[in-house]
Design a protein around this ligand. Structure first.
Ligand code: SF4
Ligand code: SF4
Length: 344
């Protein structure tokens, strides 16, 4: 992998260069929070943000999208208006890039999704490293560092950004910037290693995941699931903000007075009481306990069996948004040996 450095004072200039590659989106402040949004001005970008409310998933799997249109006499036509839109997503944290790599397993693997794949192809990713806060546990989830899934990745090393070039498109961006990228010196490498170690030491949360699937297997009947089921409001907040939750519903909307219709895909959540409701009124996950248990089992056990790693990247978003303080770290640590767990 090619590694260069970008002088900090040239970042604005590089931001202008990136516009050749598509609409530039980056984290911007919204009150006390951050969201990924199109930049009106480069100075709106906040590069030392903690986490955005919604992860970059929203660009690749939008909360609601039209998949097909049906017109009388014409039949079905794929809806693909925005699939060719070129964009640059600037300032994506390593865990969120890891989240996209996990979504690739699902939407670009055995059953490729053309809508997801087209967006993945047309949206460039420029990552940036970060400092963990009190909710981050990406290190435990082995998602604090990414080696693919980005075009460029920037590490702050003081007066420069050490820049990893991940793709040919990333290389084109560097070339388009003329002479502003420079070769890396021994001093830069030592500074990178020093900051990398400091980041490792900065994590406040930790959970051991190596034998978690086996522990989940043994604790399927733990009382903890009923306790969590009583507390959980089934609001679905945790799924909506999760970079790797990908449940969706497909709904046909028929226009009144005509036979025209659209087929829409909308985010869903396995926590919603309607999620497992099927024809005939049967609900195979009627209790809140069964639903929250399913979410944990799918992420920490089922996904490991299928893809070799948990589908949690330790971003901490679900901890931040849960109105009843259900905290994934507490749950995992309780399962590992806390007093609440009592298998029946
Ligand atoms: S489960 Fe929570 S911590 Fe894990 S990736 Fe989803 S939102 Fe982030
Ligand atoms: S955010 Fe909390 S209360 Fe809402 S569905 Fe998730 S676990 Fe339940």
């Amino acid at each position: 992998m090619k590694i260069l450095k970008l002088p900090r004072e040239e970042l604005d200039l590089f931001g202008a260069v990136l516009q050749q590659f598509g609409e530039v989106h980056a984290p911007v402040a919204r009150g006390d929070h951050y969201v990924f949004a199109r930049l009106d001005r480069w100075s709106d970008a906040v590069l030392d943000y903690t986490r955005t409310i919604l992860p970059p998933k929203k660009y690749f799997l939008p909360p609601c999208e039209t998949l097909l249109r049906f017109r009388k006499g014409k039949g079905y036509e794929p809806a693909s208006e925005d699939l060719d839109r070129k964009m640059v997503l600037f300032g994506v944290h390593p865990c969120d890039i890891f989240g996209l790599n996990i979504l690739d397993d699902v939407f670009a693997g055995k059953f490729p999704d053309p809508y997801y794949q087209a967006r993945r192809k047309n949206i460039a990713i420029i990552g940036i490293d970060c400092v963990p806060d009190e909710h981050c546990f990406c290190r435990s989830m082995r998602a604090d560092f990414v080696d693919h899934g980005f075009d460029l990745f920037l590490y702050d090393i003081g007066d420069y950004y050490l820049t990893f070039v991940g793709t040919a498109r990333g290389d084109d961006m560097v070339l388009a910037a003329g002479t502003i990228f420079q070769p890396v010196s021994r001093e830069d490498i030592e500074e990178y290693k020093r900051r990398s170690e400091a980041k490792r030491q900065a994590f406040k949360l930790d959970v051991e995941i190596r034998d978690l699937p086996e522990i989940f297997e043994m604790e399927y009947h733990a009382d903890l699931w009923d306790e969590l089921g009583k507390r959980c409001l089934s609001c679905g907040n945790c799924s909506m903000v999760c970079p790797t939750c990908y449940c969706y519903d497909v709904v046909d909307e028929v226009e009144l007075g005509s036979r025209d219709s659209t087929r829409e895909r909308r985010w869903d959540s396995c926590l919603f009481s309607s999620h497992a409701l099927v024809a005939g009124g049967e609900n195979f996950r009627e209790s809140g306990a069964s639903r929250i248990k399913f979410r944990f089992y799918h992420k920490q056990r089922g996904f490991v069996a299928e893809y070799g790693r948990p589908s949690c990247i330790g971003c901490g978003r679900c901890i931040e948004v849960c109105p009843v303080n259900i905290d994934i770290i507490e749950v995992l640590n309780l399962l590992r040996g806390g007093e609440h767990v009592a298998s029946s």
